[in-house]
Write a protein that binds this ligand. Structure first.
Ligand code: C5P
Length: 249
C-alpha cells in the first residue's frame, strides 16, 4: 500500500492501554491524555472491575474505545456479546481467531449488521498470544512455529471477513505481506528508544513498527509511568509522524 494515502493522522495511530483497575485513576488518565492520543484500550482488568461504564471514559474525552476482551466461546455467545459491545460505541473488539471459523463468521456478521445500523465496531483477531512459544504450541497439539500459526489463524479470520489484527512488531511485515494493504495491523510491545522494557520480550520503537507496516500502536506503561504523560504521548506521536514522513519521502 502507498501508506502516505492512509487517512490516519499520527495522533490517531496512538492507542493508549488504560491498564489500571481503579475507575477514578482511569478517568484522570483518560482526561489528561485526551488531546495527546487517538484511542483508549480497555482490557480485562478494568472491564471486569467496572463493566460497560468504561465506555464513558472514552466518550467523555472525545476518544475512540478499543475493548480488548479477547472473546473465545461458542459462536452464538460471542455473537451476542459483539452486539452488546457495538451498543457501547466501541470501535474495536478483540476475539481469538482460534475460536474457529463459525465463531469468527457469526461475530463478524453481527459486527457488520451493527455497522450497517451506524455502529463503529470492527472486530480485531488475536492470533498467537505473544506469551506462547513453540513449546507451548506443541503442548497444545499445534505443530507449527508461532509465526506460521499466526499467519494461518489470521488467514482463517480473514476468510470470515475480519480485517483487523493484533500482532507484534516482529510479525507486522509478514502479516502485511500475506494480507495486503486492506488489513489493519495493531501493534503492542512498543518502547521509545531508551524506555524500560518491563515484561515485554520483543519490543520495537514507534518508528520501526510504523515503518514495518503497523497502522496503529498500542502503548501502555511508557505513557502511564511517565512523569509527564501527555509529553510522553506527544513524543511518541512525533516519532510516528517522523516515520510517516520518512515513508512519504
Ligand atoms: O505497557 P505496555 O506498553 O507493554 O502495554 C501493552 C498493552 O498491549 C497491554 O495492554 C497488553 O495487554 C497488550 N498486549 C500486549 N501483547 C499482545 C497483546 C496485547 O502487550 N500480544
Amino acid at each position: 500500500m502507498d501508506r502516505s494515502l492512509s487517512p490516519l493522522g499520527a495522533r490517531e495511530r496512538l492507542i493508549f492501554a488504560l491498564d489500571v483497575a481503579d475507575l477514578e485513576e482511569a478517568r484522570g488518565l483518560a482526561s489528561s491524555l485526551a488531546g495527546a492520543v487517538g484511542m483508549l484500550k480497555v482490557g480485562l482488568e478494568l472491564y471486569c472491575a467496572h463493566g460497560p461504564e468504561v465506555a464513558s471514559l472514552a466518550r467523555s474525552n472525545g476518544l475512540e474505545l478499543f475493548l480488548d476482551l479477547k472473546l473465545h466461546d461458542i459462536p452464538e455467545t460471542v455473537a451476542r456479546a459483539v452486539e452488546r459491545v457495538a451498543g457501547l460505541g466501541a470501535r474495536y473488539l478483540t476475539v481469538h481467531a482460534s475460536g474457529g471459523r463459525a465463531m469468527l463468521r457469526e461475530a463478524e456478521r453481527r459486527a457488520q449488521a451493527a455497522r450497517s445500523s451506524g455502529a463503529l465496531l470492527e472486530l480485531v483477531a488475536v492470533t498467537v498470544l505473544t506469551s506462547l512459544d513453540g513449546d507451548d504450541l506443541a503442548s497444545l497439539g499445534v505443530d507449527r512455529v508461532p509465526a506460521e500459526h499466526a499467519v494461518a489463524l489470521a488467514e482463517l479470520a480473514w476468510g470470515e471477513g475480519v480485517r483487523a489484527f493484533v500482532c507484534s512488531a516482529a510479525e507486522v511485515a509478514l502479516l502485511r505481506s500475506k494480507l495486503g494493504p486492506e488489513a489493519t495491523l495493531l501493534t503492542p510491545g512498543i518502547r521509545p528508544a531508551g524506555a524500560t522494557v518491563g515484561d515485554q520480550k520483543r519490543v520495537s520503537t514507534p518508528e520501526s513498527a510504523i515503518r514495518a507496516g503497523a497502522d496503529r500502536l498500542v502503548v501502555g506503561r511508557p505513557i502511564r509511568d511517565a512523569l509527564d504523560r501527555a509529553a510522553a504521548a506527544r513524543a511518541i506521536v512525533a516519532s510516528i509522524e517522523d516515520a510517516l514522513e520518512g515513508g512519504r519521502r
